[in-house]
Design a binder for this molecule. Sequence first.
Ligand code: PLP
Length: 466
Amino acid sequence: MEYLSTRGGCSGQSFEDVLLTGLAPDGGLFVPAELPRLSASDLAEMRDLSYAELAWRIASMFTAGAFPEDDLRRMVEASYAGFSDPEVAPLTALGEGEYVLELFHGPTLAFKDFALQVLGRMLDHVLRRKGRRVLILGATSGDTGSAALEGCRHSAQVDICILHPHEKVSDVQRKQMTTVAGDNVFNLAVEGNFDDCQRLVKAAFADQSFLPPGLQLVAVNSINWARIVMQIVYYIHAGLRLGAPERPVSFSVPTGNFGDIYAGYLAREMGLPVKRLIVATNENDILHRFIGGNEYSIAPLKHTWSPSMDILVSSNFERYLFDLFGRDSTALAQFMADGATGKASLSEARWRAMREVFDSASANDATTCATIAEVWREHGVLLDPHTAVGVRAARATRESVRDPEAPMICLATAHPAKFAEAVTAAGLPAPELPERLQRQFRRPERYRVVENDLAALTSILGGLAV
Ligand SMILES: *Cc1c(COP(=O)(O)O)cnc(C)c1O
């Protein structure tokens, strides 16, 4: 399998290449030159596989040749063995034809574990073979940091350093990062805000001369292709559980950077019968405005109860647009440039083609809390605020989803205990931290406070690497 860039300036890349790269050198995102397909009989045959077996089968379609099959299988099995539910991604029924897909049974209680547990192992495998080491550097205020730290803490060839804004993240968020054990795991609390953290990371990537020779910085942000691949699996797994390939399903997906829902789109393109994909946004609703009204324009950032979806522009959306534009890089680049400076829109025909696949809805904080309370009252199921945005969107768009026979699967992207403030704002008692997190939080916190200054950061980073 070969990969090419959405901007047309780079092709013939291997899985290994894209694993170690973020943006393509031409500023685009990597996508497979050709997507593997699953026929109805392929899907039917996968119905009885365990989650890890299915994940291994799907991963091997994209990694072709990068890992010996047995090694890949071991990495995938080890990744999902650490999940606290034996089903890995269990489905819970809400109302008639309405389900919640629980993606929060991994070590950090959010769906990002599905990808980052495997990614850490894949990186380690490739780097060991090449005899190389990398330093993963990232800034986070949310779920990615802890999931990346957990995913890499066993990786011998990887050091990982995550920046967070000092005293500007919740106690739970901070402790999830600072209590991760591992000699290769470092947390820095920057005396600044989240934007300062991101700016420092960007500057460090731009000039890596502070690193010892041979060492390289790597990002594991949401554009990493390997992350997308591992997220395709739970769409197929859930679809098969609810009757695919004979019966179609729909998904409602709380969306920020469009990585999660893009994986759903790929599952559909590969052959899973998916009726509709619902893009669920909070008040940062660029995608909802675009899908609903064909206007793609950036609006100021709002801080909401669902912070992991507080984004201006969804980085992975470009991957979908590339397909929508018939893989025409020039048209795509023009659209992105128009969108960045003012507004962009699609031809009527393209917009309709997009709406064949996607529908959308957005929920504000008040509606999010009302949905948490409503679902608790009706079904005794406690949702986290991101998931609540998804359930709200599923209910808001249900009528427009043409096939009432297709069950609606709402992705539950985080455990409610991670976002207790939103739950109490919904008038419900704060959920208890799951046992696994309570245990982790008894460990000592390890982090270092650092000035909001590039030289201060690079001198620490230069000293970390061995
Ligand atoms: C990251 C995240 C999202 C958004 O996922 P994208 O892939 O960025 O669309 C939604 N919910 C939670 C809890 C998250 O951590």
